[in-house]
Write a protein of this length. Sequence first.
Length: 478
Amino acid sequence: MYENNYNYIDVPEDNGGKKNSGKGAGKTIAMILAVAIVGGASGFGGAYLQNAVSDKSIAADTSVSSETAPAETTSTTASEYKTDVSVKDDTSSMVSSLLGTTSSDGSLTTKQIVEKVTPSVVGVHSTFSTQSGESSATGTGIILSSDGYIITNAHVIQTEVQEYVNNNSNNFGNNRYNDYNDIFEYFFGNGRGGSYQTSTKNADKVTIVLSNDENTEYEAEIIGADENSDLAVLKIDATGLNLTAAEFGSSDELTMGDKAVAIGYPLGLGLSTSEGIISGLNRTLNVELANGGSAAMTLIQTDAAINPGNSGGPLVNDRGQVVGITSSKLVDSSVEGLGFAIPISDAMPLISDLMNKGYVTNTTPQIGITGTDINSAMMRYYNLPVDKGVMVVSVVEGGAADAAGISAGDVIVAAEGKDITSMDELTSAKSGKKIGDTMVLTLARADGNIDVTLTLTGEDEAENAQTEAPVTDGTEAN
């Protein structure tokens, strides 16, 4: 709307008290007509100039012509347009902001982010066959490389199963316990030579769909999965698919309030996107594991909607770079606006391990045993020399304890000179130590106490799927 710059003032009559003649009235009418004509001409000319400028600006950047948004009406004086060049330069920047092109700092609009990232997002479908029947799970994946590697969450392609394990084949203490050859079975089993144990099982079949062709399924191979970090890597045959790998940013550079966009396949509704902000950083949550233990995870918090099916999908910054891997497993259904994602800077080293080795290198130092706290019943039954300590139930072959000569039936009563009465205390005794460090354990045996020095390991336990978490049979790994 054009503003009128004319100022109106009342002019007193000065004609000796005589009435204005018709001639004066005619002059007034003529002036009004002249103003009207000039105003109409300036309005027409301004509209013509605006259209001409807009045509030039859009022609100069046709790549954004499809994103035209209703322009806000602005008040611009002719003095701002000194030449044709200045007109084009000034209006180009204005049109760019209205049409949502890349800003000077490289940030994108939400629409541009979705258009950039969507080709790198896939849907994931997993099928499981268990004793209770067949089940399935759905999630999202991120294309890691154009040759077919895909990132997703471990819980998308794994499920928890309970299996009955027969322990009669174990020989604890040289068969001195008759029908109960295994100390684990005697104290924690069901008296029939076996017990139920909870573990994770990979999907029997995994398929993915591309965002540009959701009607075609491609079978995927599970390269590796890690329950503790909730990460998994899949691989499909990418021949002829022309896959678009995602661009990855740095989660270390995020700050609270940054833009966050989540893209995925929630609730079976098809590809969807939600927008929010980075609500918090370095949030630590304990996630329950299948074996009954838990793993601490450091996460990004966002208010972008993350629902079942989003798991394994990207959390994206304002440049269209993946900065997190979303997980609905970490979302409390009773709370709104509280979602979490695994920071990509933390995830990448683990993803590299999964790609290259199929498992994550265990960075927690391990003794290489499973054990249980001694109770009075165990002490009396086995005629143990002590009533406090940790009894070794089993030893990981090739682990630190095995190399140091520790065997099943030994009782650990001290570590680094401090008394040990429980597995928790034994775990605490390792705090501050790294893989490769040495540790002195004191063992109580029938012929007296003995000190053994072991070198803490990590890789062997990872390869043998050992964890630090307590398992459902009452023993703990360490």
